[in-house]
Design a protein around this ligand. Sequence first.
Ligand code: UT7
Length: 325
Amino acid sequence: MAMTGCGSAAPAVSLSNEELSQVVETSDEWIASRTGIRSRRLASANESLVGFATEAAREAIAMANLDPTDIDLILLATSTPEDLFGTACQIQAQLGATRAVAFDLTAACSGFVFGLVTAAQFIRTGVYKNVVLIGADVLSRWVDWEDRRTCVLFGDGAGAVVLQPDDRDRLLGFALRSDGTQNSYLNLAYRAEHVALTDKVAIGRGTFAPITMNGQEVYRFAARRVPEIIEKALFHAELTANDVDWLLLHQANQRILDAVAQRLKIPPEKVISNLAEFGNTSAASIPLALDAEVRQGRMKSGDIVASAGFGAGLSWGAAIFEWGC
Ligand code: UT7
């Protein structure tokens, strides 16, 4: 399997820390020093996840020199679907990917890495050839904009890659984990409103509560589990941290990126970060950051990338891959 194309899209509108301090009691100094975030892109009510995801996918398909009708499978990693029945089919229609089967995959900020491993299974078994994997989230819709502990962190965007079979399998190693016993640390939970249908029967009318997070616990979890799972994936790849050209982590917090790099002894110049401009874009963060490195010519074909996603579930996973073909 090889990664032969990438693309990304994000809202044009950016909100700086300074501007955000007019919304909640915070400061550029607090946000930047604790997280590395300086601004985030925010989608308007008229913009859609489908729109960003389609744009990112279109770019990735073009880079891979394919036509949308060549695509066999579209996987959408998202936690913010525009239809709970699934959003991927809308992207399939917008792309005109008439032959593709399309479905959603939900694993929060681990979604892209979980999706990469899922796509690899279809390609390795020869079932599908041309796969588009999209990571897209519009968390600004689900953040409590009065909660300064969470609203300063998140931004919106989408990133996509094309995956295809190759003589050599360039997904070199991976490891995935879940721990539902710590689920309460980070939620975007269903909330039922009690509605009596008859004297005897009541149902719960559905809505979702805004994002809640125990930041310190999630930080502890990430700082401990992410280096561990990358080491596991490197072991499966028969590589060491010395072989890694790029550390591409889910963009949650610059301090987490630095701590993981330090643990693995990976120098700062190999650590990819787009936090300052985009904040935490959840499932989009890895492909969004990857696309910038590739398009700006920094990441070259054959470079070895250690990627890891982590977040709600709790879930975490690492994938070691070689970019390009
Ligand atoms: O993508 C999913 C994965 N998510 C993550 O990886 C998030 C992991 N966690 C973190 O990145 C950090 O825990 C945060 C950046 C969320 C918070 O940083 P922290 O150093 O853990 O801060 P804290 O929650 O311990 O809060 C410290 C202080 C508190 O004040 P007191 O109680 O010490 O007086 C907070 O009320 O900072 C206060 N505070 C703020 N002050 C200004 C919390 N949020 C803000 C804010 N502006 N936005």
